[in-house]
Design a protein around this ligand. Structure first.
Ligand SMILES: Cc1ncc(COP(=O)(O)O)c(C=O)c1O
Length: 391
């Protein structure tokens, strides 16, 4: 039998080109040449999951009651642990049964929520540069992204006044992300208050992505969107155990807030997935119940790394802000370079992998993103290598 051409759906065909492919290719070629690569491209903690969480999984995995399908919305005990954590961390009260939903990592919920609320042709307000799942989830549901550019001029915050009135009127959903990937910028409660007013005025569902809320520096804890009056009436907040507890591989996250929004997302989920392995949720309960010494320790390590990389980059004349949170450094490329050429230059001449800023959306052109998911010694080595380069 001869085959026939397999044609993908237009939603796949119209995906933006994968801008990281070229850098991946160059990285593989450098590795094949035997180059000692320093990877400042990955946004994945290199530290292990804390031992009590692993112990808890091992114990819970042995219990036959955890071997069956979990409930699609998550174990009530896990959702109660989320509510307790929220109260401890943000002084926000949540009803575990209706205002918390378990996710298979926050990416899963971020991608799927569009299916619940966005009709073909609806507008979704999307910050750019930003996490690519916001525009892709929008496109998969037939929606149209309206880009909110994050630039130095607007402090890398979406300028609500710059959104045309007719766009705001038609918008169904708005994405925000603080602490931000890739800029690391943090939104204040004052900013969130303006967002709530804007959302009320235009009847827009706010989806705040707080995946990095626990990676912060100098003891300055980022606010939750839910801390602001009226937030629960207009939106939801996505969280993840991935970055907070070095659990990216475990796939455990959650979303909290407006019960009607959660019910819509829950309906999509109940038709597409079957929830999170209960032993993983049991380990999640342990994680959320850990005292601050564990997360303080993780933060201290990232802070030491940040305080190695940022002054090092400044000392070689690169323009960079000191991030208040998250593990990303948003670096302006030197004059004469583009995001792509500077990324290639660092890789080919110094064996350093970074991510081109335009890979996060066109307004990211002119920047590269570096991460501190690499040991302090390797970061110091990266600086030494960069010092020898002509910028
Ligand atoms: C901004 C942002 N949100 C959400 C996620 C998804 O994290 P997870 O699915 O592991 O919870 C990531 C992962 O890199 C991210 O950068």
């Amino acid at each position: 039998m001869t085959g026939f051409p397999i044609e993908v759906a237009s939603r796949i065909k119209t995906l933006p080109p994968y801008l990281f492919a070229a850098i991946d290719k160059m990285k593989q070629a450098a590795i094949a040449r035997g180059v000692d690569i320093i990877n400042l491209g990955i946004g994945d903690p290199d530290l292990p999951t804390p031992a009590p969480i692993i112990d808890s999984l091992a114990e819970a995995a042995r219990l036959p009651k955890h071997h069956q399908y979990p409930s699609y919305e998550g174990m009530l005990t896990f959702r109660q642990a989320v509510a307790d954590w929220y109260h401890r961390r943000f002084s926000v009260k949540l009803d575990a049964a209706n205002e918390v939903l378990t996710l298979i990592g926050s990416k899963e919920g971020i991608g799927h929520i569009h299916l619940a609320f966005v009709n073909p042709g609806d507008i979704v307000l999307v910050p750019s540069p930003g996490y690519p799942v916001y525009p892709v989830g929008t496109a998969f549901s037939g929606g149209l992204s309206h880009i909110m550019p994050l630039t130095r001029t607007n402090g890398f915050l979406p300028d609500l006044d710059a959104i045309p009135k007719d766009v705001a009127k038609k918008a169904k959903l708005m994405w925000l992300n603080s602490p931000n990937n890739p800029t690391s910028v943090v939104m204040t409660k004052e900013y969130f208050k303006r967002v709530v007013e804007f959302a009320y005025e235009h009847r827009i569902i706010v989806c705040h992505d707080a995946a990095y809320s626990e990676i912060f520096y100098d003891g300055k804890r980022p606010a939750s969107f839910m801390e602001v009056d009226g937030a629960k009436e207009v939106g939801v907040e996505f969280h993840s155990l991935s970055k907070t507890y070095n659990m990216t591989g475990w796939r455990l996250g959650f979303v909290v807030g407006n019960r009607d929004v959660l019910a819509g997302l829950g309906k999509v989920k109940s038709n597409l997935d079957s929830g999170v392995f209960e032993a993983v949720q049991a380990a999640g309960i342990t994680a959320l119940g850990l005292d601050d010494t564990v997360t303080n320790h993780i933060r201290r390590i990232y802070q030491e790394r940040r305080d190695t990389l940022v002054p090092g980059l400044k000392s070689i004349g690169l323009e960079v802000e000191t991030p208040p949170a998250a593990f990303y450094i948003w670096v302006t490329v030197p004059n004469g370079h583009t995001s792509a050429s500077f990324t290639a230059h660092l890789l080919e001449q110094a064996g350093i992998v970074t991510t081109p800023g335009n890979g996060f959306g066109a307004p990211g052109e002119g920047y590269v993103r570096m991460t501190v998911c690499t040991s302090k010694d390797r970061l110091a080595e990266a600086i030494e290598r960069m010092k020898k380069l002509a910028m």
